[in-house]
Design a binder for this molecule. Structure first.
Ligand SMILES: [Fe+2]
Length: 194
């Protein structure tokens, strides 16, 4: 009799790492950007502000460009260790969620890997939440409280300052409301094959 073989099909990965960037300077840049363009854009924000989409190389600011360089370096470490081709940032945008601000459930179409980088937050609420995407929550038994790779239906990460999350652009995610008086400022980005 043979042993039971098992394959983990299509696993979802979320990479995380902490950068060592000057977030207070980046924060000031974003606050000034908002002052110059209060309308901004509306992708997923609810009661918050999002900048217009920016192209890499568009901004002449050393802290912003250092941030983009650090991020794409990490993205390509993730890509190469998973047999993916080299990637480039296609576009990025900033998010400011003040008290009550959140981001509705969304994915990042026309991208390979996407990510979020936290510039300012109180680190205690406004977590980013990933959903399974396979509707297993409709099939798994109720009352499972020993979440693991097979039984979890969501996964929650804190908005830690200088923390970078990288994930497949197809992965559904959303952001809990900011319940504090501290501005939550983050960067979101998309990538394409270099
Ligand atoms: Fe997103």
């Amino acid at each position: 009799m043979s042993n039971i073989q098992c394959d983990s099909l299509f696993p979802q990965k979320v990479w995380r790492t902490d950068l060592d960037l000057n977030c207070s300077s980046i924060k000031q840049y974003v606050i000034n950007l908002e002052k110059k363009d209060q309308t901004g854009s509306n992708r997923s924000n609810v009661n918050g502000w999002q900048s217009k989409s920016l192209d890499p190389g568009q901004v002449d600011n050393k802290d912003i460009n250092k941030m983009l360089e650090s991020i794409i370096h990490k993205v390509n470490t993730c890509a190469s260790t998973n047999n993916m081709p080299e990637l480039k940032i296609s576009n990025y945008w900033f998010n400011i969620n003040r008290k009550g601000g959140m981001n509705a459930s969304h994915t990042h179409p026309r991208s390979v890997l996407s990510g979020a980088f936290y510039i300012n937050s109180n680190e205690k609420d406004g977590e980013i939440i990933f959903e399974r995407g396979d509707n297993a929550q409709c099939y798994l038994p109720d009352g499972l409280n020993n979440g693991n790779f097979y039984t979890s239906v969501t996964y929650v990460y804190p908005p830690k300052i200088n923390r970078l999350y990288i994930f497949g652009s197809w992965m559904t995610h959303w952001v809990r409301p900011n319940t504090t008086n501290s501005d939550r400022i983050s960067l979101s980005f998309n990538t394409h094959v270099a």
